[in-house]
Ligand binder design. Structure first.
Ligand SMILES: *[C@@H]1O[C@H](CO)[C@@H](O)[C@H](O)[C@H]1NC(C)=O
Ligand SMILES: *[C@@H]1O[C@H](CO)[C@@H](O)[C@H](O)[C@H]1NC(C)=O
Ligand SMILES: *[C@@H]1O[C@H](CO)[C@@H](O)[C@H](O)[C@H]1NC(C)=O
Ligand SMILES: *[C@@H]1O[C@H](CO)[C@@H](O)[C@H](O)[C@H]1NC(C)=O
Ligand SMILES: *[C@@H]1O[C@H](CO)[C@@H](O)[C@H](O)[C@H]1NC(C)=O
Ligand SMILES: *[C@@H]1O[C@H](CO)[C@@H](O)[C@H](O)[C@H]1NC(C)=O
Ligand SMILES: CC(=O)N[C@H]1CO[C@H](CO)[C@@H](O)[C@@H]1O
Length: 437
């Protein structure tokens, strides 16, 4: 996640009026093996309403891409509504376990009404599982928490989670987190967030682009294959994303992007043919615009991927200009939405030959400041929802809580849960969210 404003690369024609409403369909929101329905509009998919209220995990999964809509096994549209849960920072442990048990945190996520979680991880976790160090770091094998997590934090983690001991490994905890989320009926996206475990993301942090100091391509591919395969029998693990927020100062980055993303998509698909494969662009996942003229055509060679490729984009309120005035400028939403369509929404256009579903995998709202009255965060939130909902774009908010083991003030204000993960940070915001679930 990066909140710095970014100048987007904009290539190709302006794509303004986006998706024509073709037919009204029932959106199935999968939660706890049941399903809730609400009406919205999407292109091209005809649902089978009879299964909507009786859907079970077995007949719900896997998910697929049907044109520009994500559908379940019954071809019913599925909208992912979720949050990001970081596990990619220095200790490679899902955040919050020093405050609450894993199960309490998971139940607090479901209590928000959300149906999915983007759980992040560092390639370093997999490297250490294989007994390899991250380049330039000391070698570790199956890193246990002992001597790694500071004693005071480890003591708190073990107190709140008696199943964790000092010899538990980071991979053990990740396994348990994935399984707890799945058992709670949440859909899980496993997101390769960084290579070296650390706060993400900066221009020169060594994690930004293929071949950067920590971004070893061989290990990245191995990590994706490992993670995709390891959870391939957990049907709620519905998607594997290839890489978070690629970024580079290299001007000639296209070749590396197309080659590596195509290789990775095939490797992930072979390791878990059921999972959606989530593909991000460049500039901190802010733009896919380069695909307008030069599409990601791996599906030509591997047609099976046609039903699995999903694009992702990140959109923050400061994305296009430091001076966008979400509080007072009544044209802000229209202006910025047009840019969002140029950068990402074009993948949904019926005229685009490589059309595919789109997920907004990160956006932020300052939940502390959010009110039901018009204001910066309220207006931005409504603008995001006005873009995602009618276009069947699923969304996952950054972040579960503004609290990290290594920094309790980072992302201040942005949490959906309180900083001790004990419940919603702002009920007024949860109420606003529920209008869109
Ligand atoms: C790490 O532990 C797993 C079993 O949990 C094992 O399969 C793997 O080989 C171990 N890695 C190393 C390098 O010993
Ligand atoms: C990347 O990792 C592989 C596998 O561990 C290793 O053989 C290779 O030397 C690494 N490449 C670089 C550039 O460090
Ligand atoms: C998935 O397979 C692993 C062993 O590879 C097993 O421990 C786990 O219980 C399985 N999970 C499910 C949901 O079947
Ligand atoms: C796929 O795209 C590449 C450029 O990225 C192009 O060279 C190639 O001809 C395309 N292949 C097909 C089958 O369209
Ligand atoms: C916003 O301001 C920062 C400096 O604070 C600058 O680096 C960045 O380029 C600006 N972004 C835009 C889109 O104007
Ligand atoms: C914690 O995050 C805040 C906000 O990004 C930053 O100002 C501060 O320097 C960070 N502290 C540490 C110890 O990294
Ligand atoms: C719905 C739910 O399980 N909420 C839990 C959130 O966390 C608090 C504090 O630990 C629990 O008391 C709640 O039960």
């Amino acid at each position: 996640m990066v909140l710095k404003p970014k100048v987007a690369i904009v290539v190709g024609a302006v794509t303004s009026a986006l998706i024509a409403v073709v037919i009204t369909v029932v959106i199935v929101v999968v939660r706890n093996k049941a399903a809730n329905s609400s009406s919205t509009s999407a292109a091209t998919v005809t649902p089978t309403p009879s299964a909507a209220t009786t859907g079970t995990v077995l007949d719900t999964f896997p998910l697929s891409a049907a044109s520009t809509v994500i559908v379940n096994a019954q071809q019913q549209p599925v909208l992912l509504h979720g949050l990001n849960w970081p596990a990619h920072l220095d200790y490679m442990i899902p955040e919050g376990l020093q405050f609450q048990s894993l199960n309490v945190i998971v139940s607090n996520i479901t209590a928000l009404g959300l149906n999915s979680v983007r759980l992040t991880y560092a390639t370093q976790m997999v490297d250490e599982f294989f007994g390899d160090s991250v380049d330039t770091l000391p070698s570790r094998t199956n890193r246990t928490l002992d001597g790694f997590v500071p004693t005071n934090i480890l003591a708190q983690i073990m107190l709140a989670n008696p199943w964790i001991s000092s010899t538990t490994t980071t991979m053990d905890i990740f396994d348990r987190a994935v399984n707890s989320l799945a058992q709670a009926g949440l859909m899980v996206i496993l997101d390769n967030h960084v290579s070296r475990a650390m706060v993400c993301c900066e221009d020169n942090d060594g994690n930004g682009f293929f071949g950067d100091t920590y971004f070893n391509i061989t290990r990245w591919i191995r990590g994706l294959e490992f993670i995709a395969g390891r959870y391939s029998n957990v049907s709620q693990v519905v998607a594997i994303s290839l890489r978070n927020e690629l970024r580079t100062q290299i001007t000639d980055w296209q070749g590396a992007w197309y080659t590596n993303m195509a290789n990775a998509a095939v490797v992930v698909h072979n390791a878990n043919p059921n999972a959606l494969v989530i593909v991000s662009g460049i500039n901190y996942a802010s733009t896919l615009a380069f695909l307008q003229d030069d599409p990601f055509n791996v599906t030509t060679t591997y047609p099976a991927l046609k039903k699995k490729i999903v694009y992702e984009v990140h959109w923050f309120s400061t994305a296009y200009s430091n001076s966008t005035d979400w509080t007072n400028d009544p044209t802000a939403c229209t202006t910025v939405t047009a840019l969002e369509n140029e950068n990402a929404g074009f993948v949904l256009q019926s005229s685009y030959s490589y059309k595919a579903p789109l997920l907004l995998t990160e956006f932020t709202v300052n939940t502390d400041l959010f009110t039901s009255a018009p204001s910066w965060d309220h207006n931005f939130f409504e603008c995001v929802m006005a873009w995602t909902q009618p276009n069947s774009i699923g969304w996952l908010q950054w972040v579960i809580s503004a609290s990290y083991y290594t920094n309790v003030t980072k992302d201040a204000g942005l949490g959906l849960l309180t900083t001790d993960f004990s419940g919603p940070s702002n009920q007024e915001y949860v109420n606003a969210l529920k209008n869109y679930l």
